[in-house]
Design a protein around this ligand. Structure first.
Ligand SMILES: [Zn+2]
Length: 155
C-alpha cells in the first residue's frame, strides 16, 4: 500500500522522502518555486494542488519508470511518502499517494469476474471458474463475446 507520513513519524514500511530539500531530483518532489509561493501565501492550496498534478503529468512523460517502480513496490509492501508538513491534507505527499494509487490500479489487471460465474448458472464463484479467468481487464462485453464463442452445451 502507498501511505503518507510526517518526516518525524515512525513507520513500518519503506520510507521515501519526497521533499525538495532532501531529495531534490525525486520524481515526486515539488519545485522550490511552488513550495515558497505556497509558504509565502502567493498561491492557494488549490493552486498548488493543480500545479503539482500538472508538474507530475509533465514528468510522467519521461520518468514513468520511476513512478512505476514505486507503484510496483507499493503493491508488494507498505511504502510511505515522507514530507515535513504537519497536515497531510495540504501536503504534496497526499497528492503523490493519489498518483501511485491510480497507477497501482492500472498495473494490477482484473483477473476474475467479480461475483458469480455467468457461464455456470451463477452457481460457481467466478474466482474458481477457469472460463472466467481472463488475465486481462474483463468487462461485460468481453463476457458476452466469450459466451457467444462457446458451445452452450458445455455449460
Ligand atoms: Zn509536505
Amino acid at each position: 500500500m502507498i501511505k503518507a507520513a510526517r518526516i518525524s513519524e515512525k513507520v513500518n514500511g519503506i520510507r521515501i522522502d519526497i521533499t525538495i530539500k532532501n531529495n531534490t531530483n525525486h520524481v515526486f518532489a515539488p519545485t522550490w518555486n511552488m513550495v515558497l509561493d505556497y509558504k509565502n501565501a502567493k498561491i492557494t492550496w488549490a493552486q498548488y494542488d493543480e500545479m503539482y498534478f500538472k508538474l507530475m503529468a509533465e514528468r510522467a512523460k519521461t520518468r514513468s519508470a520511476e513512478i512505476d517502480a514505486i507503484a510496483r513496490m507499493a503493491i508488494e509492501q507498505d511504502v510511505y511518502f515522507i514530507c515535513f508538513c504537519t497536515d497531510d491534507r495540504v501536503c504534496h505527499r497526499r497528492l503523490a499517494c493519489e498518483i501511485i494509487e491510480k497507477r497501482i490500479k492500472e498495473l494490477q489487471p482484473v483477473k476474475q469476474h467479480p461475483g458469480l460465474c455467468p457461464f455456470k448458472d451463477n452457481e460457481l464463484n467466478a474466482e474458481n471458474c477457469e472460463q472466467c479467468y481472463l488475465g486481462v481487464g474483463c468487462t461485460r462485453a468481453v463476457q458476452n463475446s466469450i459466451k457467444q464463442d462457446r458451445n452452450p452445451s458445455l455449460f
